[in-house]
Design a protein around this ligand. Structure first.
Ligand code: SF4
Length: 417
């Protein structure tokens, strides 16, 4: 039997779908990201912006049209924020929320074999996913944490992912050892707010140190991280041969006044202090980031401060979001909402700057030898990311995949992120 998966949103959603697909595969199912001929389709939704909701609804409708006979399972963050809407729009769909997500194999397997979906979630938790490698991604995602207690005023995530919870240290280390033993070359640590990891008295830097001590030829990448709770031990680990010189450090705004309105847990000088301490150990260290433009009350001056901090840091890549009202968040009730016209104009300006900074950052690597983890090979070209998280390609007739290659790179070898 065949099960298809459609995942939207963050790395955590990707991790959960990859792990579920691995469980289905291990139990004799054909798994795919294409719904043709599938007996069941699992859509893992996202609700972080209005656009994510639209994309999630479209993914479900499209999959149902593409394969009306398949059992439709809808899970993910939209099941927590828009349950009634999903129920009325997709009455035939089986809806399983984030808490029951890790039990989807049992539910779908019983549905396809007995016609009855066992939806009881008595023995599943947020971490009971199996280890896997090379499912839909070459890099091996490892979930270390879920939920968030920060309640930034624009963010819906604490309402859909719940309160912060950390996976036990031993479970994480065993997961890393398993995927490395299965051949993983890159381990990507993921969660909702991983800098707040805290289990059995072990904080994020303590866990990271233990992961870096695991034997094997692999590298560790930290997915998105909040610029708070960085301790001295973390800075000591910068430069470790296994730790990739790249952090996706979420800035959101360059104005302290707006950071306060967002209820972010740092100031601009604290953010820049992290950048300086890390760059003191590796001047080429790659910082990528998320920035919101058009947050309620954002003046032209605040916006120009965001542009200025972006220039100062020289981000290697920027995700730019136009502020999107999320129902139920504190920012929704703020009176000084910004017009779409201004949001669009600021987003355009920030995208132009982001392109310039990205090109300037990548040019530093011109004609230098880079270690690439090859993820794809096509028409005589292999492609993947270097340690600094720059997408690269080089010519070879060797159909390699999931292997490190040391290669001389230049700008034209780079492909867009
Ligand atoms: S830290 Fe803020 S933005 Fe990030 S998930 Fe938590 S509430 Fe949302």
């Amino acid at each position: 039997m065949k099960v298809a998966f459609k995942t939207l949103g963050c790395r955590l959603n990707q991790y959960e779908m990859d792990a579920l697909a691995a469980t289905f595969k291990e139990n004799g199912y054909e798994v795919s990201e294409n719904g043709d001929g599938a007996d069941a389709i699992v859509v893992n939704t996202c609700t972080v912006t209005n656009q994510s909701n639209q994309k999630s609804r479209y993914a479900i409708s499209h999959a149902s049209r593409q394969n009306p006979d398949a059992a439709m399972v809808v899970t993910g963050c939209m099941t927590e924020s828009h349950l009634e809407q999903l129920k009325s729009k997709f009455p035939k769909a089986i809806i399983i929320d984030n808490k029951g997500k890790s039990g989807i194999f049992q539910s779908v397997d019983s549905l396809l074999k007995t016609g009855h979906a066992d939806l009881s979630d008595k023995d599943y938790d947020l971490f009971s996913y199996q280890s896997f490698t090379e499912m839909f991604h070459t890099r091996s995602l490892v979930k270390i944490q879920d939920g968030c207690d920060n309640f930034c005023t624009y963010c819906i995530i604490p309402f859909v992912r719940g309160r912060a919870i950390s996976r036990r240290v031993k479970q994480v280390i065993d997961n890393v050892k398993e995927v490395v033993a299965l051949g993983a070359k890159e381990v990507v640590l993921t969660g909702v707010n991983i800098s707040r990891y805290d289990s059995e008295g072990v904080k994020f830097s303590g866990l990271l140190k233990r992961i870096l001590e695991v034997e094997g030829d692999f590298r560790v990448r930290i997915s998105s991280i909040e610029p708070d709770s960085f301790d001295d031990q973390f800075f000591e680990l910068i430069g470790h041969p296994k730790l990739t010189p790249h952090l996706h450090l979420c800035l959101q705004s360059g104005s302290n006044r707006i950071l306060l309105k967002m209820r972010r847990m740092y100031t601009i000088s604290e953010f820049l202090n992290i950048v300086d301490r890390v760059r003191a150990k590796d001047a080429n260290f790659n910082f990528t980031t998320d920035v919101i433009v058009g947050f309620p009350g954002e003046t032209e001056e605040d916006f120009q401060q965001s542009m200025e901090i972006a220039r100062q840091v020289g981000f290697g890549h920027m995700h730019i979001f136009k502020y999107s009202v999320r129902q139920g968040t504190r920012a929704e009730r703020m009176s000084d909402q910004i017009s779409d016209k201004i949001k669009t104009e600021r987003s355009k300006q920030m995208h132009v700057l982001a392109e310039e900074l990205q090109a300037a950052y990548r040019s530093k690597f011109d004609n230098t030898s880079q270690r690439i983890l090859v993820e794809k090979w096509k028409d005589g070209k292999a492609s993947g990311y270097n340690d600094y998280f720059i997408p690269m390609e080089f010519e070879t007739n060797d159909k390699i995949r999931n292997r490190f290659e040391l290669v001389k790179a230049n700008v034209k070898n780079f492909e867009d992120a």
